[in-house]
Design a protein around this ligand. Structure first.
Ligand code: MIC
Ligand code: SF4
Length: 648
């Protein structure tokens, strides 16, 4: 039996386990990336592990999220990351160099290698055939220390793309169509591989849009083969040596196959407040628009920017619309300037932002009350823009640019001929904003401003845990609900006590107060609890508030790992109808929990008593033996310290 693209990479990097779906495997990580909003915590944890220098082939620390400097906090975090990077052998991508995923695929990603990033959109590098996975900061810290990364071996899904993209249909519409078919939980436990005769027509930036937004499927990662298109891209980046060809064997076996004929694809839109709430653009045509944001790691490549500039050329942004554009990297911005595209955007009235995440994470540009905001981002979760009443729609750069001119969502067919853009033979290469760490770091002093606070650590799991149900939530609760992020909160990513007062407030404004009053307790969630970001703050903050377990119908992959890494029990109802039986403020107790957790690793259910109702609820804790040991130790940091020398 042949191998798929990702199976080939995993096989090459495998350290332990059999590559059978559902089995825990561990593998070697070649490269890591962090960004600033998860990076401070990841580096504090890396320092706590106590390894003198990173052991990866390459590690890069990006500054791209916390860019507004309206107080000292973000600048303090940047300095901390810069100095920690210099001390431990990590390259430092300075603010202004661009969004981590865009820069990484341009300058560092390597087909066939593995990348672990403390950001859920790390799979962007799957666009060049790299096995790139998003994880919590602590997992990335361990990988920087040379430790393997553990996952449950995913099932393999193939998305077969045939034909050529229809007029006005784009890579964004491909991934929106995949989201429509699979939903935001359809990718959990899977790797999505793209293949088919359409691939020859899909450039690397287009592929990267698709792999980037695979995160919204909940997939472990998404990947394209490494082929002639990849080769040309790497050559144009002056990185021809990085190329290796990589494709699935003809007899590779997939667990599911989805086919999409690109010639039939129409421009699509994801309506508020979920990326899988997808309909054709024609269904919302005529909707008046207040704001248009073009950029984010999904659609900020030169390819995207040139198309937007071609649409805006000679036009004026509608008087009722604020159009903001954030190019993905310095390379993109520089080249836009060089070819005149930037001038066309400015002349049309676009507000040009720096190369950063910006509006995508509510770091500025929060729209007005009740605004309709059209964005090329990957997420339109409730309140993420910073304006809770805003309605965010996700579209392609082309649909966004046309709406900015017309003032309403417009079927691009009514606009005219789609722009065709010429990609350069060579990209402009200038890595002057990437600081290379010194060989001898002995004179480097790590600078810690007052914003850098110690992070909470758990203690060994006791024999019994008990507490009240503090909140009962619906399906698809995102980490943006659990730990909201916007320009006011992001500066406190290294200050857990401060963030605790905002935990779960989009769902229940009284949650923090209740958790403090009850001395902690349990969270009850629906299906796909914790989808979205990799932020481990969504586990660290509940830990600080005394949350001992989350009882949900199912969990998103990264968040479940973050809960385990912080010693919080992720419990899935064995019988989902129990969800309806229990209520807020019921008293729960798990007796003999240490033994029960150890037994959970061999598939035994965990028995929870609801003392208020006088009933027993059975839950599955789908963990490996190693994860059981992590929970018993009170989290990965304690476990790693106890087992220092085994993995690291
Ligand atoms: C996001 O898009 O939600 C973020 C902000 O990039 C997060 C990381 C974070 O919360 O810092 C992600 O995707 O992992
Ligand atoms: Fe940044 Fe948005 Fe991409 Fe997250 S999704 S890395 S916030 S651009």
């Amino acid at each position: 039996m042949g191998y798929t693209v990702s199976q080939k990479i995993l096989k090459e990097h495998l350290i332990s386990g059999e590559m059978i779906p559902g089995n825990e495997i561990s593998f070697r990580i070649d490269q890591t990336l962090t960004q600033d909003s998860t990076g401070t915590m990841a580096y504090l944890q890396f320092e706590a592990i106590g390894v003198p220098r990173v052991k990866t082939k390459l590690s890069v620390a990006y500054i791209d999220h916390n860019m507004l400097q309206s107080g000292f906090e973000n600048a303090d975090d940047h300095k901390y990351i810069q100095t920690v990077a210099a001390k431990y052998g990590i390259r430092f991508s300075r603010p202004g160099n661009g969004v981590c995923h865009q820069v990484h695929i341009e300058r560092f990603g390597v087909p066939g290698q593995t990348l672990l990033g403390s950001d859920s959109h790390t799979p962007t590098c799957g666009g060049i055939g790299m096995l790139a996975i998003g994880a919590g900061g602590l997992d990335v810290a361990v990988a920087m220390g040379g430790g393997p990364y553990y996952i449950s071996m995913p099932r393999m899904s193939k998305v077969e793309l045939t034909g050529r993209l229809a007029r006005w249909a784009t890579a964004k519409d491909i991934i929106l169509e995949v989201l429509r078919i699979m939903t935001v939980k359809g990718g959990v436990g899977k790797i999505i591989e793209y293949s088919g005769d359409a691939l020859v027509h899909l450039s690397v930036p287009e592929r990267a849009t698709i792999t980037n937004m695979g995160a919204e499927l909940g997939a472990t990662t998404s990947i394209f083969p490494s082929d002639e298109v990849t080769k040309r891209f790497l050559e144009a980046q002056g990185r021809a040596d990085a190329f290796v060809p990589l494709e699935a064997d003809p007899d590779a076996v997939y667990d599911e196959v989805i086919s999409i004929d690109l010639s039939k694809l129409k421009p699509m839109v994801a309506k508020p407040h979920m990326p899988d709430n997808v309909v054709p653009v024609t269904e919302v045509a005529g909707l008046k628009v207040d704001q248009v944001c073009i950029g984010s790691c999904t659609n900020s490549s030169l390819h995207d920017m040139l198309k937007v500039a071609a649409i805006l050329k000679g036009q004026t942004v509608h008087p009722d619309v604020s159009l903001v554009i954030s190019p993905g990297s310095k390379q993109v911005l520089n080249m836009m300037a060089e070819v005149g595209a930037l001038a066309d955007m400015i002349a049309a009235g676009a507000r040009i932002l720096e190369c950063a995440c910006g509006p995508c994470i509510g770091m500025g540009q929060s729209p007005k009350t009740d605004a309709i905001s059209l964005r090329t981002n990957n997420r339109n979760f409730y309140a993420r823009s910073g304006t809770a009443s805003a309605q965010v729609y996700l579209v392609s750069p082309e649909v966004a640019a046309i709406a900015a001119i017309r003032g309403e969502v417009t079927n691009p067919e009514d606009f005219g001929t789609p722009p065709t853009v010429q990609m350069p033979e060579r990209f402009q290469v200038n890595d002057n904003l990437v600081v290379v760490p010194p060989e001898d770091p002995s004179s480097i002093e790590v600078v810690r401003g007052p914003n850098i606070q110690p992070f909470p650590t758990n203690t060994e799991l006791p024999d019994m845990i008990e507490g009240k149900i503090l909140v009962k939530l619906e399906d698809n609760i995102t980490t943006d609900h659990i730990m909201p992020s916007n320009s006011k909160l992001l500066p406190f990513r290294s200050n857990i006590p401060y963030l605790a007062d905002y935990c779960l407030t989009p769902s229940d404004p009284h949650f923090p107060e209740k958790a403090k009053k009850c001395g902690g307790g349990f969270i009850v969630g629906g299906a796909n609890y914790g989808q979205g970001s990799s932020r481990e703050h969504a586990a660290l903050v509940p830990l600080y508030l005394g949350v001992k377990g989350v009882l949900a119908i199912s969990f998103a992959r990264i968040h479940m790992a973050n809960l385990i890494n912080n010693g919080i029990l992720p419990l899935s109802f064995e019988n989902p109808s129990d969800y309806d039986r229990i209520s807020i403020l019921d008293d729960l107790v798990v007796q003999d929990v240490r033994r029960q957790v150890a037994q959970a690793a061999v598939g035994e259910p965990i028995r929870i008593t609801d003392r208020t109702l006088g009933i027993e609820i059975k839950a599955q804790c789908r963990i490996s033996r190693r994860q059981a040991d992590i929970l018993l130790a009170g989290g990965l940091l304690n476990y790693t310290r106890q087992n220092a020398g085994d993995d690291i």
